[in-house]
Design a protein around this ligand. Structure first.
Ligand SMILES: Nc1nc2c(ncn2[C@@H]2O[C@H](COP(=O)(O)OP(=O)(O)OP(=O)(O)O)[C@@H](O)[C@H]2O)c(=O)[nH]1
Ligand SMILES: [Mg+2]
Length: 144
């Protein structure tokens, strides 16, 4: 099996990130769980222009939230309602409703409309995540 697991380093507000770009393709989703234990935050990118796959994205999110390595942790989750530039893209409010985000009451989460091509929305989202992780590290939340 071929899998391109890209390691990305980025730094915001003196917080260094090591990020793994997991594929959303069906055949690779079983790999996600191997990263849950060691992660401090999740960035969940959905295609706002693909209404059918939003249903799948919700199912996958539900499974992730119920996973033993996620369920009891106060992991911050950043959602990108991506492809906001597409004519038929759903708004971040609609994406939030489709994913049922209001049900997530035990973890901090945030949704931002984004355009991965121009970078719109990325800064706002990453800034939110950075603050959350900083807080958690400061309070020793999610310490292993
Ligand atoms: N119009 C538009 N196209 C986008 C945007 N973000 C990504 N794309 C395009 O969508 C296609 C898929 O992008 P990828 O980055 O490969 O998507 P991915 O989520 O990594 O896909 P997998 O790794 O296969 O799960 C590419 O052609 C991108 O150029 C966006 O915000 N707007
Ligand atoms: Mg990819």
């Amino acid at each position: 099996m071929f899998y391109k697991n890209i390691l990305i380093f980025f730094s915001a507000k003196n917080v260094g990130f090591t990020a793994f770009d997991m594929s959303g393709q069906g055949r690779y989703r079983s790999l996600w769980e191997h990263y849950y234990q060691d992660c401090e935050g999740i960035i969940y990118v959905v295609d706002s222009s693909d209404k059918l796959r939003l249903v799948v994205a919700k199912d996958e999110l539900d499974m992730m939230l119920q996973h033993a390595d996620i369920r009891h942790r106060r992991l911050p989750i950043l959602f990108f309602a991506n492809k906001m530039d597409m004519r038929d893209a759903a708004s971040s409010v609609k994406v939030s409703a489709a994913l049922g985000l209001e049900r997530i009451t035990d973890k901090p989460w945030h949704i931002t409309a984004s355009n991965a091509i121009t970078g719109e929305g990325l800064h706002e989202g990453v800034e939110w995540l950075t603050n959350q992780i900083k807080e958690n590290v400061g309070n020793n939340i999610n310490k292993r």
